[in-house]
Design a binder for this molecule. Structure first.
Ligand code: F6R
Length: 241
């Protein structure tokens, strides 16, 4: 069953989730984090930056694996998740960049890159804490709603829904990449602990499917019900339909 923490607002989600990440790192200095991009975790990253700057949190031994990256995309593209992570977190904390991992949007062979990334996660000590956002269509990473979901890291086409949702970051919908490399469902489920953040009314349909007794591949996040340690941290807008 997914544990639920309902917060008053986005600010509270950011603080609560940052506290959980900080506790993880304070208990295990060389924790491996699974990281998400998108607008939801930005407030949490700001809180973590503050903790690091004020000397309360040390990232020097922390490792990380990001969930996904557009494909193909240059690291220097300001819409790449490579750029996002540097801009929103890595450049502002004392993490060793050599210990951070993001699927390579510049790889020549996407399938080989997916294989490399999955292997890298397998050969690591494993993700201690995975941070997830959720698409309004229920996707996690870029595991889009479908009859069948893919287990391992793979190249995927983005749905029209996701392209429209992400077009808010681009000049127009035409500029949104149509494919991405994403961790698969099993890759995500292998994490020891997961927190899923959701904010705003447009997430309430997807969030409402997380609290009943069903698993449905048309809302990939419902598979998280099979994981022993998942906490949904959402605000009232996302929780109440
Ligand atoms: C991002 C990711 C996506 C987002 C989701 C929600 O790395 O994997 O699943 O978490 O699309 O995005 P926001 O937070 O922008 O609503």
């Amino acid at each position: 069953m997914i544990k639920v923490i309902v917060c008053e607002n986005y600010e509270e989600i950011s603080k609560k989730s940052a506290e959980i990440v900080a506790k993880q790192i304070n208990e295990k200095a060389d924790s491996i984090l699974g990281l998400a991009t998108g607008s939801t975790p930005v407030g949490m990253y700001k809180e973590l930056i503050e903790m690091n700057k004020s000397g309360k949190l040390d990232f020097s031994k922390v490792g990380s694996f990001n969930l996904d990256e557009y494909y193909p995309i240059k690291h220097s593209d300001d819409q790449s998740y490579y750029y996002f992570m540097n801009d929103n977190l890595f450049a502002h904390i004392n993490i060793d960049i050599a210990n951070t991992n993001i699927p390579n949007g510049e790889a020549e062979d996407a399938d080989a890159e997916c294989e490399r990334y999955e292997k890298l996660i397998d050969e690591s000590a494993g993700i201690d804490l995975q941070i997830l956002g959720i698409g309004h269509n229920g996707h996690i990473g870029f595991n889009e709603p479908d009859e069948k979901l893919i287990t391992k890291t793979h190249l995927t086409a983005l749905t029209e829904d996701t392209i429209m949702a992400n077009s808010r970051f681009f000049a127009s919908a035409d500029e949104v990449p149509t494919a991405a490399i994403t961790m698969g469902m099993e890759t995500i489920m292998k994490a020891k602990k997961i927190i899923l953040l959701a904010s705003g009314k447009n997430k309430s349909d997807a969030v409402s499917m997380l609290t009943d007794n069903y698993i449905d591949t048309s809302c990939p996040a419902t598979l998280l019900k099979l994981h022993p340690d998942v906490t949904l941290i959402c605000d009232k807008d996302a929780f109440l339909k």
